[in-house]
Design a protein around this ligand. Structure first.
Ligand code: ADP
Ligand code: MG
Length: 257
């Protein structure tokens, strides 16, 4: 944990079902400002669903989910909890950047246009201001010279770096990464992890779903192992990876290492 200890994410008893399938069975965790939390676990354990609940792509059924001191999707007023309207939810979501396994860039826009789009359309920044910042973000992810390339002209690793720059353009206070390197050819994984490491060094608060245990060990401040919709164990990456306490953790780690 780095110097600032304010809490950015707090989950209390978060439950989520799809139909009769309970996917999240009471998740409790918290992430401090500047913390990099790596979230690992087998496929189907609910990792993506949990990230999607944090930025309200999914609605939770029970429990509470706070980002900073704001209840996601709700507001507390007159001692009661009221559901927010879509516009208010959209405002909350702007502070949360998300990067997916698939890069989801707009194919008909250049790298620069992809990064500028939301600041101009959503934040109502001037084009000049948005372009200047987009160029500096592309430089930050090592793509200053590819500003005018279209996604189809970029490698998967380059596209994912544009996707990271695009998320950063909204000036998020929290970044969520859902297996950002899983769709990449092995030789392209390192360049994306390097960008994420740089973000971590700059103090960004991040939750990273990943199978990259080297990254978790080197960059993660904390590691949470999820299985079957519950947090099985958590701690420092060195502790959880070095001496897992639960059989389920040991068995999973044996497969990914
Ligand atoms: P993980 O990211 O850990 O692999 P997910 O959160 O994607 O796990 O999925 C957890 C479980 O929830 C899986 O069984 C999946 O099939 C189910 N699930 C996820 N999204 C939906 C949905 N929109 N509708 C129905 N079931 C879903
Ligand atoms: Mg997933």
């Amino acid at each position: 944990m780095r110097t600032n200890t304010a809490t950015v994410v707090r989950a209390e008893g978060v439950h989520k079902s799809f139909g009769r399938t309970e996917v999240l069975k009471g998740i409790d965790l918290s992430v401090s400002a500047g913390e990099v939390m790596c979230l690992v676990g087998p496929s189907g354990s609910g990792k993506s669903t949990f990230l999607r609940c944090i930025n309200r792509l999914e609605r939770i059924d029970a429990g509470r989910l706070y980002v900073r001191d704001q209840l996601i999707g709700y507001e507390e007023r007159d001692g009661r909890v009221h559901e927010l309207d879509d516009a208010a939810v959209a405002r909350q979501r702007r502070g949360i950047g998300m990067v997916f396994q698939r890069f989801n860039l707009f194919p008909h826009m250049t790298a620069l246009q992809n990064v500028m789009e939301a600041p101009v359309q959503v934040r109502k920044e001037s084009r000049a201001e948005a372009e200047e910042r987009a160029r500096s973000l592309l430089a930050r992810v090592g793509l200053a010279d590819r500003a005018h390339s279209y996604p189809s002209q970029l490698s998967g690793g380059q596209q994912q770096r544009v996707a990271i720059a695009r998320a950063l353009a909204m000036r998020p206070e929290l970044m969520l990464f859902d297996e950002p390197t899983s769709a990449l050819d092995p030789e392209l994984v390192g360049e994306v992890l390097d960008v994420m490491r740089g973000l971590a060094d700059d103090g960004m608060t991040m939750i990273v779903v990943t199978h990259e245990m080297g990254f978790a060990r080197e960059v993660g401040d904390s590691l949470v192992f999820m299985d079957g919709g519950v947090v099985v164990e958590s701690g420092t990456p060195a502790d959880v990876l070095g001496s897992p306490r639960h059989g389920r953790t040991r068995s999973f780690l044996g497969k990914v290492r």
